[in-house]
Design a protein around this ligand. Structure first.
Ligand code: HEC
Length: 216
């Protein structure tokens, strides 16, 4: 008996159903996602998310090339699916729309360090990030995060005086008198990227928790 047509139909069905499941359905669910426009409490129209520009976008490339994603995730699970929100990693869960302009999306799978979805809100200080990247032991004693000293330049203090963004190093990390450690452009860009990581805007599918109602 000739099984050719049956075989053909079987293969066609398998390929077609996987195309429907893996391409068509996800595209119908998410393909038309756009930025959300809302009005905040002070009457200002907020469009979220926004594409990253300039330094922050360049910083995203350093985040990728330095392998930060191997130890840090960027995905906050909803309440009831882990303790991400209780740990303070985000005020709300993350949803597909948060990643609209991320290419590639750096979700991460391993959490040797904290989730960084909302690090821009949690830690906005340039100085803190520079010291931490230069040597995590300065800000977080005992950290297993590797230092990234090559993102900084050790140089003689210029005749015009010390740079305003020179690291404030003391104790065992201090440099000799007349020298300073300043961030290279890569460090500046990386920190701008970290500071841009924020999920502080309400989305219809992931509202921020409202301030607890005052009990009568
Ligand atoms: C080997 C794993 C590892 C790698 C790689 C790594 N980190 Fe970390 N990171 C950690 C750990 C552990 C902590 C928590 C202790 C600390 O603050 O140093 C941390 C903390 C942080 C924090 C502070 C988070 C908070 O909630 O306070 C930031 C920001 C951060 N890392 C950024 C980066 C960046 C940027 C890179 C890449 C250049 C990177 N990390 C690479 C392990 C890692």
């Amino acid at each position: 008996m000739n099984y050719g047509p049956l075989l053909f139909l079987g293969i066609l069905f398998t390929l077609a159903s996987s195309w429907v499941g893996l391409v068509l359905m996800p595209n119908r669910q998410l393909g038309a996602l756009t930025a959300n426009t809302s009005t905040n409490d002070t009457g200002v129209v907020v469009v979220y998310p926004q594409p990253r520009h300039g330094e922050a976008q360049q910083g995203a490339e350093h985040y990728r090339s330095l392998g930060c994603v191997y130890c840090h995730s960027q995905q906050v699970r909803p309440e009831g699916f882990g303790s991400d929100i209780e740990r303070g990693w985000g005020r709300r869960r993350t949803v597909s729309r948060d990643y609209l302009y991320d290419k590639p999306v750096m979700l991460g799978t391993s959490r040797t360090g904290p989730d960084l979805t909302n690090i821009g809100e949690r830690q906005s200080s340039h100085d803190w990030h520079y010291s931490h990247l230069y040597n995590p032991q300065i800000t977080s004693k005992g950290s297993v995060m590797p230092p990234y000293p090559f993102l900084f330049e050790k140089r003689r203090v210029p005749a015009s005086g010390p740079s305003s963004d020179a690291l404030k190093l003391s104790g065992e990390f201090a440099v000799e008198d007349g020298w300073e450690v300043v961030p290279r452009p890569q460090a500046r860009q990386l920190v701008e990227y970290l500071r841009s990581l924020k999920t502080t805007v309400d989305l219809p599918e992931a509202p921020l928790p409202k301030a607890a109602a005052v009990e009568e």
